[in-house]
Design a binder for this molecule. Structure first.
Ligand SMILES: [Zn+2]
Length: 217
């Protein structure tokens, strides 16, 4: 399970990092065009991801049905071999048709949704900075959905890391300490339904929160 989460999340992380660079460093005229191009690549990737998901489901169903036919033919040797051959052939045809006509809907793809959400957050972090230059209000630790307090140490994060599985964010030092002291620690957020143990492999730098902290030290 972990490996199947890791690769896509790395792809989206790179896309978000690229988006953050574009929004920060490109001039306004070319910015939107580049973000749109990036968004369309990410949408293509999400489509491939969804196609793989349905391919896996279709294949699992096929293997299952093939087994059922095999079992039934073993249990009922009286029936003509030919009948089973026809059933197998029909199953193969159906399988082939299904894999050639996979249609996917990416509107519920979590990674794509997260990507779009993060672009909005990056834009608002950066535009917030532009609107209030020199705003040194230390009390403002939460802005919109931007939380900069580590749920483990309850202090302002220095190196926010995101859990790739549930999306919760913790400070690197605190979460590393947690993993070190107990290798069977789980996400410490109350009500989080991620039951996987915390693993370094499943943590990625949280680009949006890091950007916010850079801008609002
Ligand atoms: Zn969590």
């Amino acid at each position: 399970m972990n490996d199947s989460i890791k690769l896509p999340s790395k792809v989206y992380d790179s896309a978000i990092q690229t988006a953050a660079n574009i929004i920060q460093y490109m001039d306004v005229d070319s910015r939107q065009e580049m973000i749109d191009a990036l968004r369309s690549h990410v949408a293509n990737y999400a489509e491939i991801e969804e196609k793989f998901k349905s391919l896996k489901e279709i294949s699992a169903e096929y293997v299952q049905n093939k087994k059922i036919i095999q079992q039934r033919s073993n249990e009922d040797p009286e029936q003509e071999n030919n009948d089973w051959a026809v059933e197998r052939e029909n199953l193969d045809k159906e399988y082939s048709k299904k894999i050639h006509t996979i249609e996917v809907d990416t509107s519920n793809n979590q990674n794509l949704r997260k990507f779009n959400q993060q672009i909005e957050q990056i834009t608002s972090v950066l535009s917030g900075q532009q609107e209030t230059p020199g705003d040194d209000n230390d009390d403002m630790v939460v802005t919109g959905s931007m939380n900069v307090i580590c749920p483990i140490s309850k202090t302002k994060m220095i190196e926010p890391m995101r859990n790739d599985i549930c999306g919760h964010v913790y400070d690197k030092a605190s979460v590393m300490e947690m993993i070190k002291s107990n290798s069977k620690s789980r996400c410490p957020l109350m009500g989080c339904n991620n039951s996987e143990f915390l693993r370094i492999d499943n943590l990625s730098p949280d680009i949006v929160t890091r950007l916010y902290l850079q801008r609002n030290p």
